[in-house]
Design a protein around this ligand. Sequence first.
Ligand code: SAM
Ligand code: SF4
Length: 330
Amino acid sequence: MPESRLTDRFGRTVNYVRLSVTDRCDFRCVYCMAEDMTFLPRQQVLTLEEIARVARTFTELGTEKIRLTGGEPLVRKDILELVKEIGSFGLRDFAMTTNGSQLPTMADDLRRAGMHRLNISLDSLDADKFRRITRTGNLSQVLDGIDAAREAGFRGIKLNTVVLKGRNDEEVPELVDFARHKGVDITFIEEMPLGQITEHDRGEAFCSSDEVRDMIRQHHDLVPATEDSGGPARYYRMPGSKTRVGFISPHSHNFCSTCNRVRVTVEGRLLLCLGNEHSVDLRRVLRGNPVSDDKLQQTIIDAMDLKPERHHFDLNGDVQILRFMNMTGG
Ligand code: SAM
Ligand code: SF4
């Protein structure tokens, strides 16, 4: 695989791409979506073939890691075909972030299609609370999905939990014990101010990673892990367990200086930074050049100059970023 040809003005190498494959979802998590979402009309959404072209071009430019996300990637029709295609590129790491609802029937096929690792979102182990946070989700289906994924033999499974004060913060120790029991990793995420939501006040619901870490430390020692994910997560290990505990803290800690990633929305917008609006329209290039990928390749290389030095999130001010998380791909 070639060295990454994607470097930005600040000397960072981009070798990780997150591709959103749909804006649709079977859940309506309170921090991610409004209850009555309007989804994109089909012609604005990249076809699976177009997404595969983007993935292949990034891989040719030296990308080593691709993550599929959404929306809920597993509700996209024929997603397994795309997974199979990208799975054949020989990536070092091929992963998906999913809410787990479809895993009871799809985990095995996903693994067989070449997916290496899964991140599965799980905000509560209490069926009622789970329903209140996801609005439409069914906890037992997701728990079955987690077990199906464990049995399918993925290289790694990680749970993702967004911690909201007064909603699920007191479940943190229980979620850690659940992860230990299942032999999977778990990452706690601070809520990010993406998209205008009215369901709760983000300032009031905010629970910092430092608070979450303190809660866990009342039950387990946390030893900083030596490996660096190159991303926003900081990892810890617990004596006597293989489970790693991660924290994603966009507010408390600045991870921008080591950022190695870009995102592509399901509309084909290449986002150079999660927290900024810098972007390039790849869909226009894809549809204007249906045969050759040369222009697409050059557009991606040139876009690296737009990657800003850092993001700006603010819990107190106006919402700066009007995209919903399901549009961006978390
Ligand atoms: N539907 C899949 C899922 O839920 O895992 C993949 C897409 S979802 C947008 C990706 C991740 O973003 C999930 O772990 C979700 O909890 C997280 N997320 C969504 N909105 C968020 C927000 N406002 N702040 C922090 N994390 C958020
Ligand atoms: Fe759907 Fe994932 Fe957003 Fe929840 S976080 S509404 S599961 S896209």
